[in-house]
Design a binder for this molecule. Structure first.
Ligand code: NDP
Length: 324
């Protein structure tokens, strides 16, 4: 089979297509013909070695496809079933073996593109607004990178609850997408001198109840400064680089603030919680209440370009790799 392979950490050029042996499913695993693999920011952290990886490896944690073989002991799924997964390394490939307990069934009403586009990023948006900082609909929140993969879904889920979303993006085109997803206001954070002051102006001087910050290094200070008293900074990514160590006293000085650094897989840490959350997100998609925007589709050979585009801030919504 054809697959992307990484033999050493580095830039997008280390993503090379290779002919590899077809995988066979071990006990508890299913073999899948990959219809679409998801490109996620974490793939770039792994490729660069920020998250150390044993080489060689086939990147990509997420995908969807049809089951073509069952490993020993697998029950509850049949050959031909459509499934999706979000934490199985090796997904940038024509075939991958997926532990069945890490897979979710894909309902008929959800197309392949949306099955991937709504999974890792959709479950992330879902746990952030329902469990990490549960929104009642009365809040005002700040969402950074609101036209990104997670950002568009998070903005839709939050605004559908009635929460007022102030969004940040880096261009007029992205601002339009964020508005379409329900953002009440959009700030171009590459153009304002004082982001926190701008947010305070929009909230009558109070500040926001929560900030959903996936950008990290370049937004962290403004995110803290934009919070109301006892507000919460939900720092869930580092697209601009990791945040340096923080003195807890800053939380006190800022008004008894909260800071959390959550990750999805602590919120979907059992097969049941994974399938429940995926089913909840897929139900929104199937009902037409959650729009999954596919920003671009790339062939396997262009995995490096996909990473360059993602890190170069040239993308919106979800990026897919199509292996066949
Ligand atoms: P996005 O589609 O959101 O792409 C990243 C966006 O970040 C860019 O489009 C850009 O939007 C913005 N950005 C701001 N500054 C920079 C910079 N210096 N370099 C690059 N991008 C920048 O990616 P994803 O939806 O895949 O992921 C979003 C974030 O969510 C990532 O940080 C990821 O790690 C995190 N994440 C965390 C999870 C968790 O469990 N904690 C799970 C899933 C994702 P703009 O041009 O508008 O500024």
């Amino acid at each position: 089979m054809r697959a992307v392979r990484v033999t050493k950490a580095g830039g997008p050029e280390v993503l090379e297509v290779a002919d590899l042996d077809d995988p066979t499913p071990g006990p508890g695993e299913v073999l899948v013909e990959v219809a679409a693999a998801g490109v996620n920011y974490i793939d770039t952290y792994q490729r660069e070695g920020i998250y150390p990886m044993e080489t060689p490896y086939v990147p990509g944690l997420e995908g969807t496809g049809r089951v073509t073989a069952l490993g020993e002991g697998v029950t509850g799924v049949a050959i031909g079933d459509r499934i999706a997964w979000a934490e199985t390394l090796g997904s940038y490939a024509q075939q991958v073996t997926v532990p069945w307990d890490k897979a979710v069934p894909v309902p008929d009403g959800v197309a392949d593109d949306a099955a991937v586009g709504a999974l890792l990023q959709g479950m992330t948006a879902h746990f952030l607004v329902n469990d990490c900082f549960p929104l009642a609909g009365t809040e005002t929140v700040l969402v950074h990178a609101a036209a990104g993969g997670v950002g568009l879904l998070l903005t839709q889920l939050a605004s559908a609850k009635g929460t007022r979303v102030i969004a940040t993006t880096s261009s007029a085109e992205k601002a339009e997408l964020a508005r379409g997803a329900g953002a009440a206001e959009v700030i171009d954070y590459t153009r304002v001198d004082d982001l926190a002051a701008t947010v305070r102006e929009l909230t009558g001087g109070t500040g926001v109840d929560a900030v959903f910050d996936s950008v990290g290094r370049t937004t962290f200070d403004a995110s803290l400064a934009a919070l109301r008293k006892r507000g919460m900074l939900v720092l869930f990514g580092a697209a601009s680089g990791p945040v340096p160590p923080v003195d807890p006293q800053r939380l006190n000085a800022g008004g008894s603030l909260y800071l959390t650094r959550p990750k999805l897989f602590d919120y979907v840490d059992t097969t049941e919680s994974l399938r429940d959350r995926a089913a909840a997100v897929y139900a929104e998609v199937a009902a037409g209440r959650l729009d999954v925007r596919i920003g671009h589709r790339y062939p396997l050979e262009e995995a490096g370009t996909a990473h360059e585009d993602l890190q170069g801030r040239r993308t919106t919504g979800k990026l897919l790799l199509l292996p066949s």
